[in-house]
Design a protein around this ligand. Structure first.
Ligand code: ZN
Length: 299
């Protein structure tokens, strides 16, 4: 199975994380994987709100089989999983359902959402994974236990969860219907490959990429352009464009980003009937209402 490992943030791990080594872990699993867990209230909610209407399974219990054994992770907290499940439904699933229809969502949405409590740290150290998608089947969201329900910040939510989801979902879309190879030409020869970890967002923007990660490869560039445009406020997007203008007034970076936005806009419209501007506006509108959501009650 093709595995797309994305949104790896490298070099963010300071000395404080060096305790994340194999030596500190007890190799005996405290989780019993042999018996089916009893259906609790949250399981019933998931059935009613995810599985039955959309054919999506939400896994929040720790399950070695769903995790990459080259990384160290900890289980997602029960109450935070409930809160995030409700946020994902409101800020992500309902957006696509409203603008593209339930059938679209049921057909193309990954069939499994997997919540993990911690970020995924490479056992060898050095990098941290924000989210993964595997063959369009499963999206894993990490760091669920860092969710601060009493102080929801859209910027943090987007950075950890929603930008990741739009990013991974866009991979599924372009793997299903290719985008025009003209996109490859916009910043041809400027991709850093694995070297993207050594540059920051500001530098990448001058080169015509929305983020440093976008500069790693053409596919990443394509989906990062979509994901960032959707989740960023108009002011934040403008800042990205401003960052892309060099101190000498060179606008080639900004021009490239705008050209990419135009191409992803055309692709989503022509291939999928999706209006990226409408998705952006819907997400921005919903972000202003997240404080009004009940993220506790399982109804
Ligand atoms: Zn990716």
């Amino acid at each position: 199975m093709k595995i797309i490992r994305t949104l790896i943030i490298a070099a963010v791990l300071g000395a404080g994380f060096t305790s994340c080594s194999e030596d500190d872990l007890n190799p005996t699993s405290i989780f019993d994987n042999t018996t089916e867990p009893v259906q609790n209230e949250f399981d019933q909610w998931i059935w009613k709100n995810y599985t039955e209407p959309y054919n999506i399974e939400l896994k929040y219990r720790f399950d070695d089989k769903e995790s990459d054994m080259n990384y160290n992770v900890i289980p997602a907290d029960y109450n935070k999983s409930i809160a995030l499940a409700k946020l994902v439904k409101y800020l992500w699933m309902e957006v696509y359902e409203k603008l593209a229809g339930k059938e679209f969502l049921c057909t193309y949405c990954p069939k499994i959402f997997h919540f993990v409590g911690s970020p995924e740290y490479e056992k060898s150290g050095g990098s941290m994974v924000l989210g993964t998608a595997e063959g369009g089947l499963k999206i894993t969201l990490f760091n669920v236990n860092a969710l601060n329900v009493s102080s929801l910040d859209p910027e943090i939510l987007n950075e950890w969860y929603f930008k990741t989801m739009h990013h991974e979902f866009s991979h599924i879309l372009h793997q299903t219907k290719n985008y025009s190879t003209e996109f490859n030409n916009i910043t041809a020869g400027k991709y850093y490959g694995a070297g993207w970890v050594n540059i920051d967002d500001a530098t990448a923007r001058l080169d015509g990429f929305v983020t440093a990660y976008a500069s790693s490869a053409v596919d990443e560039d394509f989906v990062e352009t979509i994901a960032n445009y959707i989740v960023k406020s108009d002011a934040e997007w403008q800042q990205i464009l401003n960052d892309a203008v060099g101190p000498d007034g060179d606008t080639s970076g900004r021009d490239a980003i705008l050209q990419k936005l135009e191409m992803v806009t055309e692709y989503l419209a022509n291939s999928w009937g999706l209006d990226i501007q409408a998705i952006h506006e819907e997400v921005q509108e919903r972000q202003t209402h997240i404080d009004e959501l009940d993220l506790v009650t399982l109804d």
